[in-house]
Ligand binder design. Sequence first.
Ligand SMILES: [Zn+2]
Length: 395
Amino acid sequence: MNFNFNYFMPTRILFGHGKLNELETTEYIPGKKALIVIGATGAMRKHGYLERVTRILDRREIKYVIYDKIMPNPLSEHVDEGAEIAKSENCDFVIGLGGGSTIDSSKSIAVMAKNPGKYWDYIIGGSGGGKPVINGALPILAITTTAGTGTEADPWTVITKSGSREKIGWGNDDTFPKLSIVDPELMISVPPKTTAFTGMDAFFHSVESYLAIVNQPTSDLLSLQAINLISHNLSIAVKDGNNLDARTKLAWANTAAGICESLSSCISHHSLEHAISAFYPNVPHGAGLTMLSVAYFSFIAERHPERFSDLAKAMGEDVDHLPDKEKAFAFINALKKLIKEIGLEDEKLSDYGVKEADIPEMAKNAFDTMGGLFDVTPIKMTVEDVIEIYKKAYR
Ligand SMILES: [Zn+2]
């Protein structure tokens, strides 16, 4: 275990059934006029979640403006546009209502509402300008309606530069939400396939945080708990979306995985996936991760089997009687089993239009845009290694 670490987790989290109702009374709403950021799909209006929030804000005499253009793979042009509206309307906080793409965008908008220039001027990696953020960010209130990215409990925001193939994660102490509301009742409406994809995203955040060389005692505990909860509840929620018990356990697993991303880190599995969904924005992030996962984690386990047996145990595997080399692969087998249980075993990169000929360029992109995650991966990896993993994963 790594006993040399920094601990910082500043987000207040209201977690549990019906917690959205506490928006009515909580003293922690961080402002008087909100920019409410929602997705372009219309789901927040369709399910009545937007109306529930705006009614409460009306009763509390908190003003708001709605920005509703966020794409499932969110774009920098919408960050810049949303920030312009927040500035011109004098909003003093931002509400992200929805899934990861929306809440991530709300974080980026919160930064740009207080800082000059364009969003990409501040991004570190790729063609980002790497400028320091001088003015902080507007306070962020996150209301999550999926159990996927963990963004309600971490500072990270993942945005694609409009018109480019750069999908880059970024964040700082100001992009932790001030307040996050995690109400599993809002997740009942998530369709089965999205439940599977988002659940696997949370699963990999936990697995990667456990393997990352910057792991720490709290992230270790939460990683293993989240892996256990997802392994035992994801297929239940995929089959029966109304199962509130499974939804609640997955919601916590996801928030716990977000805390893990704050205290530890994802590893290069995420760099490889960002390159795929930057080239092919129709690939859902959780799908991309899942399609890469067996090839990626087999590559790591062969070269650095440490810690994999803990992951297998957390998934309910009995590994104690196995020889050491097989212990690591007990995790790979359990992973394959989980992917099958949730109905994703037939997902293929080629079905999303991904071309094998793009692999060398995607491998280069993974290093250029998300190179930082290779530094916390437990083995050194080269572009050739990444090409090999992509090729193994490609079907
Ligand atoms: Zn992710």
